[in-house]
Design a protein around this ligand. Structure first.
Ligand code: HGY
Ligand code: MN
Ligand code: MN
Length: 416
């Protein structure tokens, strides 16, 4: 059914310019970004986003987890807003588009509505969720998790980074500890545009991914304690090498994931070795395992197998072992009505598309618990992300933002 806005498009060049202006804040060492959550660079990026929102006539509020909501009033102020956004924080060696594309596409929707003087019945709010990445402060999607009632705010405030700094203190330090209670806002729906962070769309030459589901995630932190001693003079049979334990468990993670091919994935991405000296056998290691799969039962089976194999590896070497879950969420099924709007918009606008399951976690995965939620994916070059070489084309960003625009505006209901 034709609608008055069918021929409306966002301004792709304006979006592209904003993305690359944001990318100048917290530059990486190879052309990407290092704008980790609650750092000075994150604060600078937030202030630039706030300035742009205010230039576009939006009212910006900040909640007590630092999440930013930039509101365009609806004709009926009493209606719950349609929210659209993602995250501005990046990995330490992150790309320029992971998260940023989704936040600034939300702003581009507002800019386009302003250009044409279009009003909507529901208010629209552009959102920047705090600490999506979960690198500096585990777990990932921390603020959207508190918003969805999954995490307790006091627990979140106590999360510490590698230097022992607390989340709550750092939020205050950068000036984004807002007064609004978290999760206080009821919403009509939430939409998030994100790069796929995988190879499927580019390989199949599709413009758009219609995200129907998100796979589940399980982060297990393993601590192994052995005995520090001289790497030169300690006879091999006398060693209690925590580093060896980590190496064997890392191999086991790979085997367990491959044992559930083709969809299961597993890796160790973070590790701290103590005392981390060239000529001391590691007395202690702390490392994190990341298991993911679209089915909850398989994630549980991988964890059980890991615990069994790790216990044997530790016993064989004589290591003490502790395994703690530091992050997890079940597989997600997004809202069929919102997903249908994304698919219909891609069709109407003439973009090639396919349904897809998200391999990465997103704020949308938590918000789906408290409001109808859907995601739009655009391709990324070689499926690469969480790497400074992450890259997309302007056409892909424009197509994704156009589909997002139509899904959001249709849900917010144009007036007049
Ligand atoms: O880990 C994730 O999937 C997300 O990038 N934080
Ligand atoms: Mn992301
Ligand atoms: Mn990411």
């Amino acid at each position: 059914m034709a609608t008055p806005t069918d021929n409306l498009r966002i301004k792709g060049q304006r979006l592209w310019d904003s993305i690359h202006e944001m990318a100048e804040i917290g530059p990486g060492v190879r052309g990407g970004n290092n704008r980790q959550t609650l750092t000075d660079e994150d604060g600078e990026g937030r202030r630039l986003f706030q300035a742009w929102c205010e230039e576009a006539g939006l009212t910006v509020t900040v909640d007590s987890m630092g999440t930013m909501f930039a509101r365009r009033e609806g004709e009926d102020k009493s209606l719950p807003p349609v929210m659209v956004g993602s995250h501005l924080d990046t990995q330490p060696t992150g790309g320029r588009y992971d998260g940023v594309l989704g936040v600034l596409s939300g702003l581009e929707i507002i800019r386009t509505l302003n250009d044409f003087g279009i009003k909507t019945r529901h208010p629209i709010e552009v959102v920047n969720w705090t600490n999506e990445e979960g690198t500096r402060f585990a777990p990932a999607m921390l603020a959207s998790g508190v918003f969805a009632g999954v995490h307790d705010q006091a627990w979140a405030y106590d999360r510490e980074d590698a230097a022992g700094l607390k989340f709550g203190d750092e939020l205050e330090r950068i000036g984004f500890k807002g007064s609004e209670p978290v999760g206080h806002r009821k919403l009509r729906a939430f939409f998030e545009l994100h790069i796929e962070q995988g190879p499927i769309l580019e390989k199949e030459e599709r413009d758009i991914g219609v995200v129907t589901h998100g796979q589940g995630l399980n982060w297990l932190q393993v601590t192994l304690v052995g005995k520090e001693s001289h790497t030169g003079s300690t006879p091999m049979p006398m060693r209690v090498n925590a580093g060896l334990g980590m190496a064997r468990i890392t191999e086991a993670v790979d085997e367990i994931a491959l044992g559930h091919a083709p969809l299961a994935v597993g890796a160790v991405g973070h590790c701290d070795v103590y005392p981390n000296s060239r000529n001391i056998i590691p007395g202690k290691v702390v490392f994190t395992i990341d298991f993911r799969h679209p089915e909850k039962e398989v994630i549980a089976a991988m964890e059980a197998k890991l615990r069994e194999r790790a216990a044997k590896i530790a016993a064989d070497i004589g290591l003490e072992m502790e395994i703690e879950q530091v992050g997890a969420f079940d597989p997600v099924t997004f809202d069929p009505e919102c997903v249908g709007r994304v698919r219909a918009a891609a069709d109407r606008l003439g973009y090639t598309h396919r349904d897809i399951v998200s391999g990465a976690g997103h704020d949308a995965c938590w918000i789906n618990r408290v409001a109808p939620t859907a995601m739009v994916f655009c391709p990324c070059v070689d499926g690469l992300s969480h790497n400074e070489d992450e890259d997309i084309t302007q056409e892909w960003s424009t197509a994704g933002a156009n589909v997002l625009f139509h899904a959001v505006v249709e849900t917010a209901e144009i007036v007049g």
